[in-house]
Write a protein that binds this ligand. Structure first.
Ligand SMILES: C[S@@+](CC[C@H](N)C(=O)[O-])C[C@H]1O[C@@H](n2cnc3c(N)ncnc32)[C@H](O)[C@@H]1O
Length: 407
């Protein structure tokens, strides 16, 4: 017997009147309607069958809800578009797309775009619901428009403070609260307190004045964008390393010997789905990494204490590994290489002759390219200007192929 289909119907603050005929028919003929109290209250008493609350906590309770009620014609109510940060996406992950019928409703973001006259295809969207405000940082780019979903009354004030701290204090912020409902309010942030459920529409200022220019998302941020103690992979070398690491959105990087965290942070800034783990033995540097990650908009960067290779045990397998410290350490490169699957990239830097010799040995065994990067920056010399060379960096970059998968 084919497994039963579960229907997920989106419903907005305009309730029953705002539903499509298809959604009304599905809910009316449901044996069981599951939803949060707010959504269940929007459905007339005579429509559909038995009402059941959604389990709390939601995810662990969903299999039992579906197991108990799917055979009886289950309709789950979602707020707005079920596939946009909604329970529809959760159910599809649990049951597979073939078992879930989704009946969408305009999301709050669609309603906001409609009220503002902003084309959605030219807007960046971020959810700050239960997530750090710092996620906004990478989206703050001159002239860009951002819609931020929030769920607490302090959000507008916090976001304006965050904008000011980055030089974007002149950016107009509009609050769109309780969209689609009788209490809908759209107005400038700060004009009056806003309700819990709101969208903040940010028009990023173009001219950042003395704070400019904005920080790009292309790797190679200036060194002083990071708090550091001198142990930082310099901007030019970092940009080359990240290019060789190939930061594919959604993939996981191990940043081994993370120092200030700059490589992992730049890897994650490329795309919101990108993930990184910073492995660093020194506690003061791990604290600094966390501060840098928050300030640069990637608070999800994970830090792991301890030296490699011991600290690597049990970590989720990486798609790419950067070794910024420890190439001469026993088993460090071997453990990083072994953790990669086919297609995985490894980039290792060394500044000492011993480190360089170790990398030359690895290249002889495994292939890849060795590159020597020398950067000189002009600086004052008396009343003149002279080149000041930084220590040259030897960089080994290699991609694992299928024939090396078990090495
Ligand atoms: C040159 S710094 C790395 C700089 C870093 N890529 C950045 O941009 O901030 C080298 C770091 O490697 C760390 N380290 C040295 N040996 C290590 C090992 N075996 N495992 C993990 N980290 C190590 C040091 O504590 C130091 O913070």
């Amino acid at each position: 017997m084919a497994p039963e289909i579960v229907t997920v119907a989106g419903i907005g603050a305009d309730g029953w009147a705002g539903l499509s005929p298809l959604s009304r028919a599905a809910i009316s003929s449901a044996g069981v309607i599951a939803g949060g109290p707010r959504q269940l209250a929007l459905v007339p008493a005579e429509a559909g069958g038995r009402r059941v609350p959604l389990p709390s906590p939601l995810r662990p309770g969903l299999p039992a809800l579906v197991g108990e009620h799917a055979g009886g014609g289950l309709v789950v109510l979602a707020s707005g578009d079920p596939m946009f940060y909604g329970i529809g996406a959760t159910l599809v992950r649990l049951l597979g797309a073939a078992r879930v019928r989704v009946l969408p409703h305009p999301s709050s973001v669609s309603l906001a775009a409609a009220r503002l006259g902003w084309p959605l295809d030219d807007v960046d969207v971020v959810s700050l619901v239960g997530r750090p405000r710092e996620l906004l940082h990478p989206l703050l780019q001159p002239g860009r428009r951002v819609l931020a979903l929030v769920a607490d009354p302090d959000a507008a004030a916090d976001v304006r403070a965050l904008l000011a701290g980055r030089g974007f204090g002149g950016s107009p912020v509009t609050v769109l609260a309780d969209l689609g409902g009788p209490g809908e309010w759209v107005g400038p942030a700060g004009e009056r307190p806003h309700s819990r459920l709101a969208i903040l529409a940010i028009e990023c200022a173009v001219d950042l004045g003395p704070a400019g220019p904005a920080l790009p998302r292309v790797p190679g941020l200036p060194d002083d964008a990071f708090e550091h103690d001198g142990q930082i992979t310099k901007r030019e070398v970092r940009a080359v390393a990240l290019a060789a690491l190939v930061p594919v959105p959604g993939q996981l990087l191990w940043d081994v010997g993370a120092g200030s965290g700059s490589v992992g942070i730049e890897w994650m800034r490329v795309h919101p789905a990108s993930r990184a783990i910073a492995i660093e033995p020194r506690a003061d540097r791990r604290d600094r990494i966390a501060r840098n990650a928050a300030a640069l908009g990637v608070p999800g960067l994970v830090t792991v204490a301890g030296p490699a290779p011991q600290a690597l045990a049990g970590l989720p397998g990486p798609d790419a590994v950067f070794i910024g410290g420890g190439v001469t350490g026993d088993g460090v490169v071997a453990a990083c290489w072994a953790a990669l699957g086919a297609g995985g990239r490894l980039v290792a830097n060394a500044v000492t002759i011993e480190g360089e010799q170790a990398l030359a040995g690895w290249r002889a065994r495994l292939g890849g390219t060795l590159t020597r990067l020398s950067v000189e920056r002009a600086g004052p010399l008396g009343g003149f200007t002279a080149w000041r060379p930084a220590l040259p960096v030897t960089q080994w970059a290699v991609t694992k192929d299928v024939t090396q998968e078990d090495s």
